[in-house]
Design a protein around this ligand. Structure first.
Ligand code: NAP
Length: 178
């Protein structure tokens, strides 16, 4: 069982700007032409666990649903999903341990965790095993942070660093539990 994060941040650690915008991800246009490992990453994933705000952001793109794997949207407010997504998106709520139990019982063990608040909630309970961060070299100054406060320090080991097009660094960290 593994809970993994694969996310892009600004140089100052934000996943979205102050308005939730992610247009800055395209500030280096060549990024769209290179393989930063997303397909390889998702090939090992059974299901995506997503925060409600990230889900709404994806819906706002108005594109064809981009995920082939089942998507569990964590929310205490979302009542329904668009009818065409009913077999693909499942709204789930509650305590993270119970939520993970429910997802595991359905046979999904390799999970992709996405959304700033959601990732922070997982980190608070030491439930993240692996984090891959692609750093876009732009300082936003403010926005939605990837990391927040939590009560105990958690050690990670950097197992891979890749430099793309001499501009974008990607670091993969694995949780070290003694
Ligand atoms: N840079 C990137 O690679 C990247 C990746 C993903 C997302 N983003 C951006 O990040 C922004 C969204 O992140 P965010 O931090 O604002 O929100 P988020 O984590 O996507 O969603 C937060 C919401 O998830 C629900 N939630 C979280 N933990 C829960 C739990 N234990 N039980 C039930 N519900 C839970 C709550 O929904 P309710 O309020 O409904 O209860 C909460 O308000 C968007 O702008 C998106 O575009 C960027």
């Amino acid at each position: 069982m593994k809970n993994s994060v694969f996310i892009a941040t600004s140089l100052d650690g934000f996943i979205a700007d102050i308005n939730g915008g992610i247009g800055w991800l395209d500030s280096i246009p060549e990024i769209n032409k290179i393989d930063t490992g997303y397909t390889a990453f998702t090939s090992h994933i059974d299901a995506l666990v997503m925060g409600r705000k990230t889900f709404e952001t994806v819906l706002s793109f108005g594109i064809e649903w981009p995920y082939k794997m089942p998507v569990f949207v964590l929310s205490s407010t979302l009542k329904k999903v668009p009818s065409e997504l009913k077999q693909k998106v499942f709204v789930i709520n509650g305590n993270l341990i119970q939520i993970l139990d429910q997802i595991h019982q359905q046979g999904f063990h390799q999970l992709y965790i996405d959304g700033g608040t959601l990732i922070q909630n997982f980190i608070r309970e030491d439930l993240i095993d692996e984090i891959t961060i692609t750093i876009i070299p732009i300082l936003l100054g403010a926005g939605i942070p990837l990391f927040g406060s939590h009560s105990k320090s958690l050690a990670f080991e950097c197992v891979k660093t890749t430099l793309f097009i001499d501009k974008i660094v990607q670091n993969k960290f694995v949780r070290v539990r003694s």
